[in-house]
Design a protein around this ligand. Structure first.
Ligand SMILES: [Zn+2]
Length: 302
């Protein structure tokens, strides 16, 4: 009798271990993607070229919904969130905050491009830095799929160094992030192409396939918890981050409280750079704008 009970207990234990294992496996393979339709509301992005066409903000929303739909229908282990789902203005800070609080695995920002030269056309994937392996991977997959599957001209993967400036949504997100430019509205043919519902489906399905491949393979690790900020100054009296002294910077100022032993109670920081060179350039820039003692600080989030 004892032996039978032991046997039953043993089988029960094995069964439990197995279901725990399955649960852990399932949990491990769940992903969150945040889709970020660029612009919206009072910010139209690139305005439409003709009355019967769409502003960039509306094209972005259409393409975003289509990407989300493809993912939701075909990748049941991926949850999709949007930074906006209506025609409203959402700040860049709020977009990033949503992705960060959802603890997204990936952020895809959706935009359409423009240039003074109306001959320029093609798709681009923008990331913070080519040395960020996961962002580079999803960006490469996006342009590859847009080129092969959607037959678009690829203008490649572009980072902050090549661009000469940062893009907020690729800079302040805690997760791998890419901003896809789906074509040039300043090019008449491409603008016409972008306004077609079926073409939008083709573009969206290319991004869906890129996302699918990205999660199917081993995702390279990308450390976004270590970065540099620039400290502007430290004060004992608390200043608002919208104080006049910060006006010329045109960059969001964050206030930190110093530990008790420090000389000044509050410190004020700007920027988020993953390479020292760009952080030093920012320190130099803010020094020229009046914060002569600005310096680079290394941050490590837990
Ligand atoms: Zn845009």
């Amino acid at each position: 009798m004892m032996l039978l009970i032991k046997k039953i207990l043993f089988i029960f234990l094995i069964f439990n271990l197995f279901t725990c294992f399955l649960y852990a496996q399932k949990k491990q393979n769940r992903y969150i993607v945040v889709i970020d339709p660029g612009h919206g509301g009072t910010d139209p992005g690139k305005p439409k070229g003709k009355a019967n066409l769409m502003h960039e903000k509306d094209l972005n929303l259409e393409i975003s919904f289509k990407i989300g739909k493809y993912i939701e229908q075909n990748l049941p282990n991926v949850d999709v969130y949007y930074t906006r789902s209506t025609d409203k203005f959402v700040s860049l800070q709020d977009r990033v905050e949503l992705a960060n609080t959802k603890k997204a695995d990936l952020l895809i920002s959706v935009h359409c491009n423009s240039n003074k030269n109306s001959a320029i056309n093609g798709v681009e994937a923008h990331i913070y830095n080519l040395s960020m392996p996961a962002s580079k991977k999803i960006a490469n997959l996006c342009v590859e799929e847009l080129q092969k599957g959607a037959k678009r001209k690829s203008r490649g993967v572009i980072d902050a160094k090549m661009r000469g400036r940062n893009l907020y949504v690729t800079q302040y997100t805690n997760m791998p992030s890419v901003l896809v430019e789906f074509g040039y509205m300043s090019n008449q043919n491409e603008e016409k192409y972008l306004n077609n519902d079926e073409n939008q489906n083709i573009l969206a399905s290319a991004i869906y396939r890129a996302v699918k491949k990205y999660f199917q393979n081993i995702i390279p690790s990308e450390n976004r918890a270590k970065y540099y900020r620039v400290q502007l100054l430290a004060t004992n009296k608390l200043l608002s981050n919208e104080a006049k002294v910060f006006e010329d910077l045109e960059i969001k100022v964050d206030i930190y409280e110093n530990n008790e032993n420090a000389k000044a109670k509050y410190k004020y920081m700007v920027g988020r750079e993953y390479d020292l060179e760009r952080a030093e350039a920012l320190a130099k820039k803010v020094a020229q704008l009046g914060f002569k003692n600005a310096f680079v600080v290394k941050i490590e989030d837990e």
